[in-house]
Design a protein around this ligand. Sequence first.
Ligand code: GLA
Length: 700
Amino acid sequence: MASSAHLSSGGVDLYLEIIDGALLVQYWGATVAGNISEAIATSEKSIANSAFDLATHPGIMREHSRGFLGHPTISGHRDGSAWSTKFVLSWIDSTSKSVKVILTDDFAELKFSVEMNLDSFGMLKTSYELTNTGNSDYTLDELLYWLPLSDRATQTLDFSGRWSNERNPQRRDIATGTWIRDSREGRSGHNYTITQMALTERSSFGTGEVWAVSLGWSGNSQYLVERTFDGMQAIGAGEVLMPGEIILKTGEKYCAPDFYATYSRNGLDGIAENFHSHIRARPEHPKKPRPLTLNMWEAIYFDHNESKIKSLVDAAAEIGVERMVLDDGWFFERRNDRAGLGDWVVDEKIWPLGLDPIIDYIDKKGMEFGLWFEGEMVNPDSQLFRNHPDWILQEGGRTPPTWRHQLVLDLANPEVYHYLLEKINAILSNRKIKYIKWDHNRVLVDAGNSSRAAIHRQTKAIYRLFAELKSCNPGLEIESCASGGARIDLGVINYIDRFWTSDNNDALERQNNQRWTMQVIPPELLGTHIGPNPSHQTGRTHNLSFRATTALFGHAGIEWDISNLSQEEISTLKSWADFYKKNRKLLHNGKNVRIDYPDDSGFLYGVVSADKSHALFSYVQLRTSIAVHPPVIILRELDPLRQYKVSAVFPAGMPEMMVVTPPPWITAKNPLTISGSALMEIGLPTPILRPENALLIELQ
Ligand code: GLA
């Protein structure tokens, strides 16, 4: 049997060894030239004073039995016994891109299967499975993935958030101890980090080393960075299991959610590129151009008035919108958010002829139709709840506290699952419904099923339901929404086609939110809409140019009552819509570049095509700069030898400026011709924009 495995792909190496039956990840990082096994052999450490007499090699299982004193990989027991494990290798098979391993513990009667695949983008995907091979029940309390972290990583970076303000970066020094980011909402959550990163102190968007991990899971989860007193560092993640949530009977197995890990020496943008490339290469990644979308929520809320909706459709058609989404409020008794959830039949009081007439109206205008659901939820004030009060997730006969006046259905109950499948399929039998927006507007608490915690099952059940809805309705696309961006993760991504990035449509707030959600998710999967003025969330007012430029860098859309706009606003939106359609190939396939702009009053970012022949950048003035002239616009990722035609473009009008005259290149009649090298070394003078304005620059 082999005693080592060496995976190498996409600029990343992973080197594993078997020592004393334990499986060790001896190295994870940049590709290493030469003989890695010899280098590893020389890295054996001292035996310290007051320590184990022989070198310890705890390996990926991080077991007490092998002298490991930090946070273990597995915690569990058989009614108190089998609490300590010592797994030994029983089988290994590897190539230069993958390794499969089986470890067994004959005393604890457990089998542990590992599969690791390293793709050509440097993304390592690991899957763990634990099987109970004994004759009694095995209670699994925790199963985490861990990878060793280089001593050079001295900081962590992850994201925190709340409703309407997701993905705020928090960066801190690594110290002895364990940094844990827990998510216990039963959905990934607004506060969910999407990725846990570790990095060198000076790492930035464009430079420095970054190690990143992400879990393919939408239920409870945990991310960890640990530095033990012996100086070893590791980064990990796993599902958070509630007490007794996983009890394996004889022969049963627990499949941990997939774990993704990647490394880059090209800073945070290098990590984003690895994630984006990996995600884009999946067979299920949406292929057709991302349709310009109008979501009606902030235009009409619960006021479903057919003639009003038709006037929205007319305006949308004039602008060039390609998909109209009817949001919450269409189903039985749903006049506000206090009633109706669960009763998935069209409310004939407001739609006497059903939805077909409006769907046909939209179809005739050449647009797709999309519809909102929130299948996992039920209002106590609904027929469904009155008929089946026992269909909710609950514990101890208690009704969990309501949140937005709703409770959570137990999707792992086959009756509930089939009810939903049948009701939703009945609506989708109108084949013109090509798209559903699927919401999840509350957290799960006290979420039990037959006196057992049920979040794991619930998460699997929603994945199953999404997959089944898609197979019953070929071509159906699903948008994952959870009060905005509370279910954005690498688990649900395999079943959906778009994320609603945030309920906050304020363009200024969106700048931060989109900048960081893109750290993992490519922009073509992130809904970015032009919101109303003033913003319904913050009350801020922004000109259309800023709102439209902000919404361009994603799967663009509108969420605003456009039925009574001026002709000028309609033609501005039309020009922006044309620009989006003309450039979406670039926006949705290119490399995302976030420049380390030297003044924190501005953001500078953009997208460069793979062949570097086309790029769009945006300079955003967040607030006034301290200097009269903000730092120059110096770009990255261009071809230094190529000549670029450079122009400021205004598909949605000019930004407002605080100048007598802007730099001449901004208003030049013809594009300037400048070499990539000059753009990356000398740059362009930045106009003095009013705060909360954005400039768009095109390079060809
Ligand atoms: C959530 C979503 C919104 C909208 C409403 C409808 O808040 O995030 O986009 O769909 O629900 O109730």
